[in-house]
Design a protein around this ligand. Sequence first.
Ligand code: NAD
Length: 293
Amino acid sequence: MAHIIDGKQFAANLRGKMTKQIASFKEQHDIVPGLAVVLVGEDPASQVYVRNKGKQATECGINSIEHKLEETTSEAFLLDLIADMNQDPAINGILVQLPLPKHIDADKVLNAIDPAKDVDGFHPINVGLLSTGGKGMIPCTPLGSLMMLQDYHGDLTGMNAVVVGRSNIVGKPMFNLLLQQSCTVTVAHSRTKNIEEVVREADIVVAAVGVPELVKGAWIKPGATVIDVGINRITTDEGKTKLVGDVEFDSAVEVAGAITPVPGGVGPMTIACLLYNTLVAACRHNNVEMPEA
Ligand code: NAD
């Protein structure tokens, strides 16, 4: 049976450490890191995410600013708001919750965020900095996944990693992060041939596909570490809804050496890393070192 990597506990520990760091940052520099989250429209899942982000930010001592805008908000209004926040020294991180309503060009909006305040790490400048090994902002979900891998394995040098999925927000940044750690990285995707055999070569499997339970236990090399990024809501035979990952947990847990569950794996790390990025940004904006915990 695989070791279960407890992302909920890991995220709680990280938030606990950051709460101390933020308190000492305030004490030393008289500055409270600020995170602005913008929500446009009424998407129920987005409302839950934004509420959780705000709550956890406040609990860690971050000043959380929420802009809840009408579904009919114009692109020009949103761009003006971002321009104001880019100039505001009290705001260190800006996050625009996706998806945006169809009449707003999401790329235009994300590209308008000051890269130094882009705590989601989606701005092309940050994408470029990640791929060239520069000092940018790293997307939260891949960062949280890497933190758990490093905590479990220590040095990842030379390990064979397979990332399943090539999205801009998870698959590609995960590829770059693992490459930076000197893994040998393969990215598998919907057009990959013999995907099961590709995955079976991996010491580390990161599944970010959006297909419920795609990766089976039989695909996993015995003893491999499995990071399941997927969050899929499915209806069971009994008519109940439940969350499952992109990995078939019950079969994979029998083969893997370690595995993240869904829920309670990567999910909680994503928000914790958003707060981490806000603290990193606040330190950089004020030219100070990351405070000790
Ligand atoms: P996406 O739809 O943007 O990308 C999915 C990728 O999977 C694509 O690159 C595609 O090529 C690949 N793919 C699709 N079908 C495939 C198949 N049958 N075989 C192999 N590859 C296939 O998705 P995303 O935004 O990267 O999200 C992936 C999953 O991660 C989703 O379940 C999403 O809900 C979840 N997610 C979780 C968090 C978190 O906080 N834990 C954050 C972001 C995304």
